[in-house]
Structures are given as structure tokens and as C-alpha cells.
Design a protein around this ligand. Structure first.
Ligand code: FAD
Ligand code: NAD
Length: 617
């Protein structure tokens, strides 16, 4: 703490900016907070957005003695800057072109005003290489790094190798970007960018336009972070080695090293009142639903799901914490922060003691299912045999079930723990698909059909409000990226096979701009069996992209709609794709014979494997 305070108090190391920087998105506790290593936080006038802890070699003790900041200088020594020379150098007017990181020529007068006297003229850009063109390219979904969305740790040796125009990596504030795709869009010209090829461009960037939002501009070019060299703090001892830093090699299997994602790592920091555990996943596409956190007694468990792997932080905390905590995700750098509130404002010497599988990164299929007890808070009739159950998560749990995934419910029945899978739904078809907001979503809804002769559901139905049922971590192989850029979405649901369709439908209508049509064909025995019929009809009325068709296998004589089981005739009429090239997804769910027959029919209708997703156990 002492060290952190000294840094914040600016005892000659804190540099003041001439101009207020854009609002940082980093929590306050990163400002000079104690790290688990007790390492000195690098001096910063403000925290760089989403910045991981400084690589060890950048600790102030490794750097030349700082010079006081030059009046009028907008430069600070950046934590990630490998070439971070003394501030004196940074204070000098840039000797080279000042358009190094200049965003776009027509980018407003403010930047003109800032350009130093010896600014070199911006290079005219070719046709089709404007800011808008760059934004369009970054949003096109094209793999701009060549790493298929993976983030890697980059060593100095590796960085140096990427020093050619068609293979150019640059490090800025500890993050490495592949700027080759950006070359032709850079207003300062390719030669300017090439000056930092295969090296650290932080200082050059700082000399010119610190406030340029390069994190966002080059987001899709992010290759990863500069690799940290292991640092041994002064009071290093064995326990810390286990609790901080990189995953021990023994826990990374051979298969994983060859095929799986890079192993995550974690660290922790503290202020007087907070402890922040940071998980570096090294993957893009990390969301709030990628991490599941449970705190029970003194046991703290955070499981992060990365593709088909699971990374676990599992410790018995050294001190007590309050019940509630927050979880934040910095998606573009794949960083997860779990902010715990201390019960007492004392300094923690260590995070805690490792528990089973702590700091392991193993295929998800090899992990056991973890359960927490949830309370039944409401139960509502939906049809004559189907009910909407609402369960409340414990306050010290963060769990969001991803779209298209299911959980297992567990109940003791005649002395034995019985488990069955169920798919969470939204509370209604009209609940906006919101990004989860803090405090964490605490309710999970299920549409469950009660089978009088069934084993599990009658027991579930017996539960009283306030009773508990255990809920597992999510499972399932649906991935949200299957919906990206989709034009036509077809949903084939039978009976409670409708449940996975609820969130898929809701997510697609809210989050997929390319979507033109969503069609649901809903198979049931009778009209009375149709779940949320009036909601579906209202939705079809309200949103013209959505259509619903009911097909009954045992209708009454009054039914004038479609009848029968799933058939090629029904499907070929229903599944009209917009054009040969339109992106289509067909989701299927229902009784096993329904799903199996449906799959065969779809293949016979020439839909490819990638265009079909069947929900199974
Ligand atoms: P079971 O004991 O399994 O019996 C079900 C019916 O089959 C009863 O009518 C019973 O009499 C009959 N039956 C049982 N055994 C036989 C037999 N040998 N011969 C003839 N008939 C038999 N269900 C939902 O309601 N909502 C969901 O969200 C949901 N999600 C699911 C997600 C997944 C991934 C999967 C695989 C299933 C899901 N289910 C869902 C189904 C759920 O898991 C249960 O199978 C269902 O609730 C029935 O459980 P039960 O123990 O009450 O009935
Ligand atoms: P149900 O018995 O009420 O039947 C609904 C419709 O399914 C019928 O009208 C018919 O059109 C079709 N169907 C039924 N049997 C068929 C057969 N032999 N061949 C062709 N079509 C048939 O359905 P239910 O009781 O609501 O059962 C729903 C099923 O969906 C359960 O088996 C459940 O396990 C499954 N389910 C799976 C998931 C998942 O994610 N995998 C999720 C929810 C439900």
C-alpha cells in the first residue's frame, strides 16, 4: 500500500498531462493498487484503458531514473513501452514526422492544432482507403491478424521478426497489433508506420496523438500482449508461485499445447477496500457468460470457459469478503476482472490457499459439473401441463447461461440425487435481450412440462416457493457466432423442444442486424399444448421479420391449420431460402425421433451440416 500511495501522490514519478485524457475504462483500483506480487505499479498519470499489469521488465526499478515532466509535454512513460526512454527524450519536440499516428487527414481541427511545428504532410490515401473504408473492413468479420481471433503472448524475438510491410507487428503500451492490413489506410503513410515495424511504437505514438483511440481503431488487429518475464517479488515464497502468474507447465496437456487455446493466467490486486482478481484469457469473444463465479464460506471459485476448455481459479480466501461482488469483462483484450469487497480494510498478504484443480486449464469434458443451490421464487401455469419456474441464484454467484445452452437441475428423490437437463428461457418473448447489467442477473427461468408418470418433474412440481433446487454450470454446443451475419433463421421445435428457441429467437431479433427473417414451425399434439401461443402471435404481429406456423399431430376437428408430423413436404414449403448464397441456419429440437427424422430430411433437402443445429443432450 505504501508504494501504491507514493505513486499516486506523485513523488516525482507521476506525470501530469497537459490535456485531460479520454475517460479511462479501468477500475480505480488499478491506479497504483497493490498487486499480488507487491510489485510497484508503473507510474501513470491515468490508467491506460484495459491495460494488464506491466510486464516485469517494465517495473520502474528497471527503468532509467525518471526526469521531471517537461512543462507542456503530453507525454508519459508508458508501462508497455519497451523502449521507454527517459522523459527528457519524450519531452523533446518530435524530430521525425508527427503524423505517425495521425488518424485521418480530415479528422478535425483539434488535431491540426496539436501537430508540432515540424509536422510532415499527410500522405494522400488511395481511393477506398478512407476512415469509413477502414471501419467497414474492421466490421466485415475478416480475420485481420491471421490468428483467427486467438490472442497470443508475443516475445521480443517474435515481435522483431514481423518487420515487413506485409507482415508488420507493432507494440503499443504492451499490446501488439498486426498493422499490415491498416498500412494503406494510415494517413501518415506506410513509411511512417514502418518506422516502428517489429518494435515498440508507444513513444512515437505518445509524441503525437495520445488521445487517438487506437485501441478501438486497431481492435481487430490485436495480436496479443507482450510476454511477461516471471518476476519474483522481494517477499516471494512458494505459495505465491502457485497463486499468481502463469499456469504451471504440468497442467497444460500435450493436446492442449498443440491444438487448444493458449493457457490463461491470473493475477490479483488490492486497495484498502477491494480485491480484484484479473484473469487474462488471451482470447477475443469473451463475455460475461464466459465466467462463472461462486463464493461460498471462504471458498472462491471462478471457472472461465474458453472454447472447449475450462480455466479454474479456486482458492480458500485468506480473509473474509462481503457477499456481493462484480464481474467486468474487457472483451477486446479478453480480460476478466472480479472485484471483491473486503469485509475489513486490512492488507492481504496473499489471496488464499489453492483448492482442488486451482489454476488448471483442461478440456471442459474432463471437468465435473459444479452445482449451487437456488431458491424457487415463483411458479406459473403456462399450459395445462407446462409451468414457468423462476429460480433465484445465491447472492454470491455470477452465472449467466449462454444462448442455446442448458443446465442440469438436481433434486434428492427418495434419498438419491437425481439430475435432468433443462434449458433456461427469458421470462417472456418480449423481454428485451439485454446485456447483463450489474448487479448480476439473479433469476433463471425455465419452461418445464410436468409428466404425471415422470420421475423428476412431479418432484419438481412439488417444490414450494422458498424451497431449493441445485443448478449446474451450463453445457451445450450451440455457439452464438452461428448467428452472426445470418439472413434467414428457421426454427423447428416440437413440444418443450421450443425452450432453446426462446433465447435464440430473442437474441437474433435483437442483435443480428443482417437478419431478414425468422420462421418458427412449432409442432404440438393439440392447441392446448402450444406454449406461449398468444405471445408468439403478438410477436409476429409486432415484428414483421418473425413468422410462426403451428402444426398439430392430434388436432380437434376445428383445427384449420397444418397437421401431421415433421415431413419433407412441410419442410420444403417452409424452408424457402432467400437466395442460393444467403446465410441460413436451421435449429431443431424436440423428441429424439422428431430430431432424427428432421435431420435426415434436411440433409435430403441439401442443407449443409453448417446450416443445421440440432439441440441434444
Ligand atoms: P421421465 O421419467 O423421463 O418420463 C417422461 C415421460 O416418458 C413420462 O410420460 C413417462 O411416463 C414416459 N416414460 C418414461 N420412461 C418410459 C419408458 N421406458 N417407456 C415409455 N414411456 C416412458 N424439458 C422441459 O420440460 N423443459 C426444458 O427446458 C427441457 N430442456 C431439456 C434440455 C435437454 C438438453 C434435454 C436433453 C432435455 C430437456 N428437457 C426439457 C427434458 C427433460 O430433461 C426431461 O427429460 C423431462 O422433464 C422428463 O423428465 P421426467 O423425469 O419427469 O420424466
Ligand atoms: P410431445 O410428446 O408433446 O410431442 C410434440 C410433437 O413432437 C408432436 O406433436 C409431434 O409433432 C412430435 N413428435 C412426437 N413424437 C414424434 C415421433 N415419434 N416422430 C416424429 N415426431 C414426433 O413432446 P414433449 O413431451 O413436449 O417432448 C419434448 C421433447 O423435447 C422431450 O423429449 C425433451 O427431452 C426434448 N427436449 C430437448 C431439449 C434439448 O435441448 N435437447 C430441450 C427441450 C426439450
Amino acid at each position: 500500500m505504501e508504494i501504491a500511495k507514493r505513486t499516486e501522490n506523485g513523488s516525482g514519478q507521476c506525470v501530469h498531462l497537459c490535456r485531460p485524457p479520454p475517460a479511462p475504462d479501468l477500475p480505480m483500483q488499478h491506479r497504483g493498487a497493490d498487486s499480488g506480487y507487491n510489485a510497484l505499479a508503473p507510474p501513470r498519470a491515468y490508467p491506460a484503458p484495459s491495460l494488464p499489469p506491466a510486464p516485469s521488465r517494465l517495473l520502474p526499478s528497471d527503468l532509467p531514473a525518471p526526469h521531471p515532466p517537461c512543462p507542456g509535454s503530453a507525454a508519459v512513460r508508458s508501462p508497455g513501452s519497451r523502449f521507454a526512454s527517459s522523459l527528457r527524450v519524450l519531452c523533446s519536440p518530435p524530430r521525425r514526422s508527427a503524423v505517425f499516428w495521425r488518424p485521418w487527414i480530415d479528422d478535425g481541427g483539434e488535431k491540426e492544432q496539436e501537430a508540432p511545428h515540424n509536422a510532415v504532410e499527410a500522405v494522400p490515401l488511395k481511393q477506398g482507403r478512407s476512415l469509413m473504408d477502414w471501419i467497414r473492413l474492421t466490421k466485415s468479420g475478416k480475420d485481420l491478424t491471421g490468428l483467427k481471433g486467438r490472442l497470443i503472448e508475443v516475445t521480443e524475438e517474435e515481435l522483431k521478426k514481423h518487420n515487413k510491410k506485409d507482415d508488420c507487428w507493432i507494440c503499443i503500451r504492451g499490446f501488439v497489433y498486426n498493422v499490415s492490413p491498416y498500412m494503406e489506410y494510415h494517413p501518415g503513410g506506410e513509411d511512417e508506420l514502418m518506422r516502428a515495424a517489429g518494435s515498440d511504437g508507444t513513444d512515437l505514438f505518445d509524441q503525437v496523438h495520445r488521445w487517438v483511440n487506437y485501441e478501438s481503431m486497431l481492435k481487430e488487429c490485436l495480436v496479443g500482449r507482450m510476454a511477461m518475464k516471471p518476476a519474483l517479488p522481494k517477499d516471494y515464497h512458494e505459495e505465491k508461485k502457485v497463486l499468481n502468474g502463469m499456469l504451471p507447465q504440468s497442467q497444460v496437456t500435450d493436446t492442449l499445447a498443440k491444438e487448444g487455446p493458449s493457457s490463461p493466467s491470473y493475477d490479483w490486486f488490492q486497495t484498502d477496500s477491494l480485491v480484484t482478481i484479473v484473469i487474462y484469457t488471451k482470447q477475443k469473444d469473451i463475455n460475461l457468460d464466459s465466467v462463472i463465479v461462486d463464493h461460498r464460506d471462504d471458498s472462491f471459485r471462478a471457472e472461465t470457459v474458453i472454447k472447449d476448455y475450462s480455466y479454474l481459479v479456486h482458492v480458500a480466501l485468506s480473509h473474509e469478503i462481503q457477499e456481493d461482488f462484480s464481474v467486468l469483462v474487457v472483451e477486446n483484450v479478453g480480460k476478466i476482472e472480479i472485484v471483491l469487497k473486503k469485509k475489513e480494510n486490512t492488507s492481504w498478504k496473499c489471496l488464499g490457499h489453492p483448492q482442488e484443480n486451482h489454476n488448471s486449464f483442461i478440456p471442459k469434458k474432463d471437468t465435473g459439473l459444479f452445482y449451487r443451490k437456488c431458491q424457487l421464487v415463483s411458479k406459473e401455469d403456462v399450459t395445462h401441463d407446462t409451468k414457468l419456474f423462476c429460480l433465484m441464484l445465491p447472492p454470491s454467484t455470477h452465472l449467466e447461461v449462454p444462448v442455446g445452452q442448458h443446465v442440469y437441475l438436481r433434486l434428492p428423490i427418495t434419498g438419491t440425487e437425481i439430475v435432468k437437463p433443462y434449458t433456461p428461457v427469458c421470462d417472456s418473448l418480449f423481454s428485451e435481450f439485454k446485456e447483463p447489467v450489474l448487479p448480476n442477473n439473479i433469476y433463471i427461468y425455465f419452461l418445464i412440462k410436468i409428466y404425471p408418470a415422470g420421475f423428476f418433474t412431479p418432484e419438481l412440481d412439488q417444490l414450494q416457493i422458498g424451497d431449493y433446487v441445485s443448478v449446474s454450470n451450463p453445457e451445450g454446443n450451440f455457439i452464438i457466432s452461428q448467428l452472426q451475419e445470418l439472413e434467414d433463421l428457421f426454427l423447428l421445435a416440437a413440444g418443450t423442444g421450443f425452450t432453446p428457441m426462446v433465447k435464440v429467437l430473442n437474441y437474433a431479433l435483437t442483435n443480428i442486424p443482417s437478419l431478414r427473417k425468422v420462421k418458427l414451425m412449432f409442432f404440438n399434439k393439440t392447441e392446448d399444448d402450444i406454449i406461449w401461443r398468444s405471445q408468439l402471435e403478438k410477436l409476429a404481429f409486432k415484428d414483421k421479420r418473425f413468422e410462426v406456423e403451428f402444426v398439430l399431430s392430434a388436432p380437434t376437428s376445428e383445427w384449420s391449420g397444418k397437421q401431421g408430423y415433421i415431413s419433407p413436404a412441410l419442410l420444403s414449403e417452409f424452408l424457402k431460402r432467400r437466395s442460393d448464397t444467403s446465410k441460413v441456419l436451421i435449429c431443431l429440437c424436440g423428441p429424439t425421433p422428431f430430431t432424427e427424422q428432421g435431420m435426415k430430411m434436411l440433409h435430403d433437402l441439401n442443407f449443409s451440416k453448417d446450416e443445421i443445429h440440432s439441440f441434444t443432450a
